[in-house]
Design a binder for this molecule. Structure first.
Ligand code: AMP
Length: 287
């Protein structure tokens, strides 16, 4: 990336993060937080832009959170590229990069976890046991460490966003949670750090995920019984070349309870696999 942006300073400890946030708050500045796992793309940068609309200072965190990965998942392979991430954050005007180590976040003796029942169940909570407990725990820690006024999360991880809204409400954490719409490639594929795992052939198949969400939502909106539309959508994904469908479901857009009839604002959520790469996407729509 070219340009003459100021690289944001990097802090790696809770103490240094708190020192900076306290200084900003003494000046009366509004602080925003954008938690990420790095390998940043335009979807992440959109979160920063969105927070900058209401906050004076934006912290981006980059932390590949080990406790949200299952034993056979891609923790070790997950891309790590701090220097490039820092340049990208500079290009959109982020003010601070927080990159804690695993031992800073989970020192010896760490024994607590945050579990959010209800919204964490099924969907990715079903196919990735323990995932949302890992997410809820790390996000709670980030919110307590940075004490931001606002924090942004992508609708790309729709279930995660509902889990975070729930825990902030339940635990009385004084922060505004901002959901940011999904940023997509021109062919409809939702931007994801995991898209980089795809072969050329798999990359050609991947946009079918969004196309099937669109065709399934259209069928449901036109009156096709929900279970028939979902079964057809799943078959379309396999026909398009996906190797497996973890789930394709219609849920209530706010509570995420399963829906058999399309009678309120809804979200179709999908997770499907191309080889060893698992992609997720979703689409909200209303009667
Ligand atoms: P990750 O680094 O994958 O954990 O994502 C960090 C944040 O960026 C999460 O809140 C994601 O929902 C969000 N995000 C990832 N991809 C996108 C996208 N394509 N559009 C909008 N937000 C995204």
């Amino acid at each position: 990336m070219t340009g003459t942006f100021n690289l944001p300073p990097v802090v790696r400890t809770v103490a240094d993060l708190r020192k900076q946030v306290a200084a900003w708050k003494r000046e009366g500045l509004k602080v925003g937080l954008v938690p990420t796992m790095g390998a940043l793309h335009n979807g992440h940068l959109e979160l920063v832009r969105s927070v900058l609309k209401t906050a004076d200072r934006v912290i981006a965190s980059v932390f590949v959170n080990p406790i949200q990965f299952g034993p056979n998942e891609d923790l070790d392979a997950y891309p790590r590229m701090e220097a490039q991430d820092r340049e990208k954050l500079a290009s959109v005007g982020a003010h601070l990069l927080y990159v804690p180590t695993v031992s800073e976040m989970y020192p010896n003796g760490f024994a607590s976890k945050v579990d959010v029942s209800g919204v964490s169940e099924g969907l990715c909570g079903g196919s990735r046991p323990g995932h949302f407990s890992g997410v809820a725990t790390v996000v709670t820690k980030f919110l307590l460490q940075a004490a931001p006024d606002v924090a942004a999360f992508g609708e790309k991880d729709y279930q995660q966003l509902q889990v975070i809204k729930r825990l902030v409400q339940d635990l009385d954490i004084p922060v505004e949670i901002k959901g940011v719409p999904i940023v997509r490639e021109e062919d409809g594929l939702a931007l994801s750090s995991r898209n980089g795992y795809l072969s050329t052939e798999q990359r050609g198949i991947a946009p079918a995920l969004y196309k099937v969400l669109q065709s399934t939502s259209t069928a449901i909106a036109q009156g096709t019984p929900v279970s028939d539309a979902l079964a057809a959508g799943e078959q379309d994904l396999l026909n398009a070349g996906f190797d497996a469908v973890d789930y394709l479901e219609l849920r209530c857009a706010s509570s995420l309870v399963p829906m058999e009839a399309f009678d309120r604002p809804s979200c179709i959520l999908v997770a499907a696999r191309l080889g060893t790469t698992r992609l997720i996407d979703n689409l909200t729509f209303a009667p």
